[in-house]
Design a protein around this ligand. Structure first.
Ligand SMILES: NC(=O)c1ccc[n+]([C@@H]2O[C@H](COP(=O)([O-])OP(=O)(O)OC[C@H]3O[C@@H](n4cnc5c(N)ncnc54)[C@H](OP(=O)(O)O)[C@@H]3O)[C@@H](O)[C@H]2O)c1
Length: 282
């Protein structure tokens, strides 16, 4: 597994998402197995949130990681914006830790910007770090101007990443946010890297460009989508799967290095915008 460094800790170049996992008891065993297969294949960065199934995804993740060496894992969770202030964040973090069965998070993210001032969230995040409950913190769904606001806030430049929607069919971040993060040497965590299995952009997985590369390289269309993101400097995709077969397929995308010509084919079929666009969200 090709590593990037997040807060001095090695985190896999591809992570695993958990949205919608843990909410259907009849599927829990299969979902746990999928996450475990991914960890064994080196996808040790695991992304969750208190919001996902109102704690159910964190609980499932906690079950999936049991028995693995905690220090080998890179656990990420997120706090709701309305909880990201002095009144609630400390208890919310404890609740996330308890559900996941761990005593620290590697990374704690503000899920999106709400009404609590960024300065208060930053102070609380730093306090959680000092208490040893989190090793680092970051944000999610912040566009470039909001990142600039954050960096103008006292201590805001200790933010470690911005997790945003980014896939081949939605490339708005390439215009301004991604270059800004690269300039500040911050990784971008790409959520919905598979456009939710293609459902966010119907023509993506079946497009001639993706299909042609998949055929030539004997890869799956999902691997082509992930390889496109992996070709961007500092981008960490976090695909989610409830199936071990799909998870292993995603892990193997690391072996698919697209050529400049193949990247050109994808770029032509799904060009990045040449003007600022609002951040895409789900
Ligand atoms: N910060 C935020 O606001 C935010 C928002 C959304 C998501 N996220 C995070 O990002 C993660 C990823 O995003 P996402 O879950 O929305 O969507 P995604 O990873 O783009 O797509 C997930 C879908 O793709 C399918 N899939 C996965 N691997 C596949 C493969 N190799 N072949 C075919 N189908 C495959 C899955 O089905 P199967 O289960 O059948 O494999 C599932 O339906 C989330 O789980 C979550 O952790 C964060």
């Amino acid at each position: 597994m090709d590593f990037i460094t997040l807060c001095g800790a090695p985190a896999g170049r591809i992570g695993q998402g958990t949205w919608e996992l843990g909410v259907r008891p009849e599927r829990a065993a299969q979902e746990r197995d999928a996450l475990r297969a991914g960890i064994e294949a080196g996808m040790t960065l695991l992304d969750t949130a208190e919001m996902y199934g109102e704690g159910a995804a964190e609980e499932l993740l906690g079950q999936a990681i049991r028995g693995f060496d905690r220090e080998r894992l890179y656990l990420v969770s997120k706090v709701y914006p309305h909880n990201a202030g002095r009144q609630n964040i400390f208890q919310c973090c404890e609740d996330s830790l308890r559900r996941m069965g761990t005593d620290y998070l590697d990374l704690y993210l503000l899920h999106w910007r709400g009404t609590i001032p960024l300065a208060e969230t930053v102070e609380c995040m730093e306090e959680l770090k000092a208490r040893g409950r989190i090793r680092a913190w970051g944000v999610s769904n912040l566009d470039r101007s909001w990142m600039e606001d954050l960096f103008r806030t006292d201590g805001g430049d200790r933010c470690l990443t911005d997790q945003v929607l980014y896939h081949l069919g939605s490339r708005g971040v390439e215009y301004d946010l991604l270059p800004w993060l690269q300039q500040h040497q911050l990784p971008l965590m790409a959520y919905c890297p598979l456009a939710q299995g293609g459902s966010l952009r119907q023509e993506l997985l079946g497009s001639p460009a993706v299909q042609q590369i998949a055929r030539t390289r004997q890869a799956s269309p999902c691997q082509v989508l992930l390889a496109f993101l992996l070709a961007q400097s500092g981008v960490v995709p976090i695909p989610r799967s409830s199936s071990a077969r799909h998870t292993l397929d995603n892990a193997a995308a690391l072996d698919l290095r697209l050529t400049a010509e193949e990247l050109g084919i994808l770029d032509k079929a799904f060009p990045a915008p040449d003007h600022p666009t609002p951040l895409d969200v789900v």
